[in-house]
Write a protein that binds this ligand. Structure first.
Ligand code: GLP
Length: 273
C-alpha cells in the first residue's frame, strides 16, 4: 500500500484522481466505470471538487455506476443525516448520474439480510467495483466495519462501536442517543474485492489509525490495515493525519519533502518501511 501525503486540499487531490481514472477508462453504456463511494466529513471537499469538475465540463457521470459503502439502519431516506440525503446533497442532485445507476443500501429494508445480499449481487452484476473510495473512522474502521471485523466480511448489518457513536454524534446535535446504533455496511472483503481502493484520512483524529497502517503487518483491531493486502491501494492523508508516524517513517517523509519542497504530494510505501 502507498501512503500519499499532500498539503494541498485532500478533496481536490482525490477528486482530480477520480476524474483522471474515469476519463482514462473511457466508460460507455456497455462498459461503465463502477465507483464505490463514501460519506462523512472528510470527503465533503472531494464532492465539492467533483461537482466543480462536472460543471466545468471536465467530468461526465453519464456512464458511471455508483455503490455507496453504508447506511444507518432506521433513518428515513429524507432524514438530513441519512446517507441517502447526504449523497443527494453532495453529488446526485448536482451531476448527471443516472438515478438507476446509483446504489445505496436501504436502511429501512424489512429484510436487512436480503437487502445486503441483493447489494452484493448488484455489485457482481455491474462487473465489480473499479475504484472504491473511502474515509477512515477514528478507530480505523472502513465503511462501518468496526475493529474486530474479519477481513473477509461481506455486506451485512453491523453494530456501531461506542467510539463511532461518539464520533458521529456531532452530526446529531451532539446527542449520542440520536445516533443510530446499527447500520448496513459493505464488508471488508467487499471493499478489497475492488480493483483499486483510495482511502482518505485528514486531521489529527485519524493519526493513530494512519500510524498503525504504516507499522508492519495487519491488525484486526484496525480494519484499515486490511487494505495493505490489496495490490492497488492508496491511503491519502494530510500532514496532521501523519503526525504519529514512527520515527523512521517521519524521517523518510521529511527527506522527500526536503528534496522536492514544491511537489503536490509525497509517497511512502508500507513495504519499504
Ligand atoms: C463514518 C462512515 C465511514 C467514514 C467515517 C469517517 O462513520 N461510516 O464510512 O469513513 O465515519 O467519517 P469522517 O470523515 O466524518 O471522519
Amino acid at each position: 500500500m502507498r501512503l500519499v501525503v499532500t498539503n494541498i486540499n485532500l478533496g481536490l487531490w482525490a477528486a482530480a484522481y477520480i476524474k483522471e481514472k474515469i476519463s482514462a477508462f473511457s466508460p460507455s453504456p456497455e462498459k461503465p466505470f463502477v465507483l464505490g463511494l463514501p460519506t462523512g466529513g472528510t470527503v465533503v471537499d472531494m464532492y465539492a471538487n467533483l461537482r466543480l469538475f462536472h460543471k466545468a465540463g471536465l467530468l461526465d457521470f453519464k456512464n458511471v455506476v455508483t455503490f455507496n459503502m453504508d447506511e444507518y439502519v432506521g433513518l428515513p431516506h429524507d432524514h438530513p443525516q441519512s446517507y441517502h440525503s447526504y449523497m443527494r446533497r453532495h453529488l446526485f442532485d448536482e451531476v448527471n448520474l443516472l438515478p438507476e445507476n446509483t446504489h445505496i443500501l436501504n436502511g429501512e429494508a424489512p429484510d436487512p439480510a436480503a437487502e445486503c445480499a441483493a447489494f452484493e449481487a448488484a455489485i457482481a452484476r455491474a462487473g465489480g467495483i473499479d475504484l472504491f473510495v473511502g474515509g477512515v473512522g477514528r478507530n480505523g474502521h472502513i465503511a462501518f466495519n468496526e475493529p474486530g471485523s474479519a477481513f473477509n466480511t461481506r455486506t451485512r448489518q453491523v453494530a456501531l462501536a461506542p467510539s463511532t457513536i461518539q464520533a458521529n454524534a456531532r452530526f446529531f446535535f451532539n446527542d449520542e442517543n440520536r445516533v443510530p446504533k446499527t447500520a448496513l455496511s459493505v464488508g471488508i472483503g467487499t471493499v478489497t474485492d475492488a480493483k483499486e481502493v483510495l482511502f482518505l484520512a485528514s486531521g489529527d483524529k485519524k493519526a493513530q489509525a494512519v500510524a498503525r497502517v504504516m507499522q508492519p503487518g495487519q491488525d484486526i483491531n484496525c480494519p484499515l490495515t486490511a487494505l495493505k493486502l490489496h495490490p492497488h491501494a492508496t491511503l491519502l492523508a494530510d500532514p496532521q493525519a501523519c503526525s504519529q508516524l514512527t520515527a523512521p517513517a517521519q524521517e523518510k517523509l521529511a527527506e522527500q519533502m526536503a528534496k522536492s519542497p514544491n511537489a503536490t504530494h509525497w509517497m511512502l510505501k508500507t513495504e519499504e518501511l
